[in-house]
Design a protein around this ligand. Sequence first.
Ligand code: PAF
Length: 287
Amino acid sequence: MNIIRSKQELRVAIEKFRTTHPGQVIGFVPTMGYLHSGHLSLIRAARQETDCVIVSLFVNPTQFGPTEDFQTYPRNEERDSRLCRQENADILFIPPLSDMYSATHSTTVHVKNLTRHLCGKFRPGHFDGVATIVLKLFNLIDPDISYFGQKDGQQCIVLQKMAKDLDLRTQIKIMPTVREPDGLAMSSRNVNLDPVSRQKAPLIYKVLLNAASQFQAGELKVKTIVNEARRILESDPAFKVQYLECRSLDNLSAMTTINRPCIIAVAAFLGGVRLIDNIILKSRDHV
Ligand code: PAF
């Protein structure tokens, strides 16, 4: 595995790969590091489906708000490099901050509407930061296929819209959320949960599963499903729910009845750690 630390070096390596391996497929897995099994599942999918696997590791400051956890975001480059090597990645791109954002960087990508809801409502500017860095990485790498995890459901929807609107060449593949055995969605931030919070955290997925069961049993009223999910989660005061909403999967519009595919998404603070998760509901009638 080749560890590359500058945009220039990355461009040269990709150019070389493209000329020496015409027609071969580049797979890209963007990450902020502190890799867990969710990331590894993306790298494995890329390894299976593409010829050259590029992983990026960059804790992107522009997607963190001023009071958010950029400074304390977990980092361990040595371990991440080892894991990428074990997964047979071809290139690990670890750019320094100054290479990704010059002192005079002035351009931001803003995906309208979709970013007003859910996480976007509580993390102003977050998705601008995500879209901007991901577009920069797409421009540098020009991947054939890019891999993202369903856990960041809104991020996936926003990036798919950006790719469509801006005629990007890359195919965006969304891979299933990888969970701990007790159901907690894998996240780099889980390491910041204290032992008591860690024990409580799986309740988030349990309320989502309960919502899915209600839907499968025939309940279609969003209010009924969402209120029940919120009630169960808030029955433990350790959870500070930021949002728990059901929105249309295609454009995140609000719904009153589940008459098309939808996403039930939740963000909650637990012991000071912000956790997100989601579940997609669709029936056989939803095409
Ligand atoms: O999902 C993440 O880890 C980040 O938002 C991403 C896509 C790597 C952009 O910084």
